[in-house]
Design a binder for this molecule. Sequence first.
Ligand SMILES: [Zn+2]
Length: 689
Amino acid sequence: MISEKSKQQIIDTARVEDIVGDFVTLKRRGANLQGLCPFHNEKTPSFNVNPARNIYKCFGCGEGGDPISFLMNYEQLSFPDALRYIAKKYGIEIEETAISAEAMQEKQLVDSLYIITEYAKNYYQKQLFDTDAGKSVGLSYFKSRGFREETIRKWGLGITPAKKDGFTKAATDAGYNLELLRQLGLTNKYDSDFFRERVMFTIRNLSGKIIAFAGRTLSKDKKTPKYINSPETDIYVKNKALFGIHFAKKTVRSEDECIMVEGYTDVISLHQAGIENVVASSGTSLTVGQINLIKRYTPNMKILYDGDAAGIKAALRGLDLVLEQDMNVKVVLLPDGEDPDSYLRKSGTAEFKKYIAEQAKDFIFFKTDLLLDEAGNDPVKKAALVQDIVGSIARIPDQIKRSFYTKECARVMDLPEKMLTEEVAKAVHAVLQQRKKEAEREERRRQNLRQNPAHQSQSPPSFTGSFPSAPFSDGFPTEEPFPGEGEMPPYPDAPGGDMPGVSQPTTVRGDTFQEKDIARILVCGGGKTLEKDGKVTVAQFILQEIQDVLDNFDHPLYAKVAKETLQLLVDKKEVNDDFFLRHKDEEIQQFAVNCYSPTYGTMSPGWYEKFEIILNTQKVPEENFKKDSEEGLKRFKLKKVIKMCADNQQRMKELDKGEVKKLIKLLKVQEKLLSMRNALAEELGTVVL
Ligand SMILES: [Zn+2]
């Protein structure tokens, strides 16, 4: 393992312009450097390298980070390998430290498993090329599919012999551990081969290591399963594996699209024909884990289907999951009787590409059409269809997308838009309720863990430090326990417009803008001191004010940033931008990089939500942290207070007639909230009627 000292030395030495410059031609532009983005296709450069901050950022596709994350993202290196790359480049000698026996054992186990899978692939391949049976049966099968020899070698295709323990015997003779062969599922408990008389496909992980195999029988016997796969092991987690992802990832990124097919041979055929952004879900229906794998490279998926309507309908059911992950899903139906492989061979690459581009249909519309066809004039079927579509639309997290689909589907199904909108709203509510329940269950589980002394180390950090008094000593009315406090819905909407006397000023709209603002201030200026006394830092000042509501953040990322900052304070560590720019949580790191991008700028509060305008011309207020943090905090508080007002209002509405005492109590709370709201609004110069 690389020692902490070497790690630090490497990190300190790495210059972003050198590392990126190894792969991208950069031209100087002012203080920065610019080039064509290696992560997406572009003709005019939008890829920026900032030597002063030691970061890069693409304004086209959003990719960004530090020298190490560049190597990890572009070259797909692991963290230690990225460090080794840099060390080699700068001639830094790496000091290795011994790792714990346990960690060593685990690492050795995983390494041994990879060594065995590599051996197995070579063995199966040797059988294919060097034995008579391999040549006559296996090679002729692959060649009949049109695979060239280089393709067969690249994809690690092979064949297993008829002998019942041919592989196991060869492997143990070569010194491989029988127990590990069993663990990988290559050898069964009777010490015979698991894969027999099958042509073999090699399944790799993202970085190209072999994690499993799939074997296809060539027997005509109907009782023999066509495909069998390796079992789950320490290195093969089925719902996180995608066949072809290692070879596809680069093109998926540059084409900004991932094509999903069903079969291994489809993936290989398309790839060989130059369509390289293709993967298959290797024997499972699509899972969240697999979607997240794709999502690292693109939000756009195109799924190719062959087969009959019934089969497709079944397949479509799984796709709501993809919608939920906020992916853009399109579906392409291949011509009757064709699978991707056969159609590609018939049509040729150019024609095939044209077909899938032209025929791609948005998933929801595809599903609507399919179900409409099926329902015909049957009113019962049609009602079920509406519910089905509504259920799919409700899964889309983005509200604007949702209303677009609602409108279009209403038109296609010939239904009043208003009705469909109401149905979708109901379904969204149901989805939120369900998520809320899940969140509550999760919370209960966590609380149980906390109460269980065996898990005490997992309890969250508590903040005990004391700060000099800050300008906002009134804080939140926490001394007044709210009835039903803590039952706030996890996804609160903006405060309702029915609150008497409150219009919604544009500066307080948008669900998470204020939280983002707070997070940005913490990242960019958390370590600066406030002018007032030069002792209190911005982070201390802000966190003292908001630590009570950290769990009420609407956006998990911004909550994470705030909590990470709090942890720094608890640990008495310095809050600096490096901490965030080099954070191992990719989301936080991305956010930090974005905070420093010139385009983030200082748009006026609310402009972004209202007009989606980002101002390029304004300067980042680098040295204006005091004002920035005070105002950001006020905006944040105002937003929360307005929400609390609305919640309180709702509670009053829900009271029964006789509950006068409770009503008076709530009225007092309301009064206090309103005066806080007005004070904050006044300070911010926001109009609250
Ligand atoms: Zn880019």
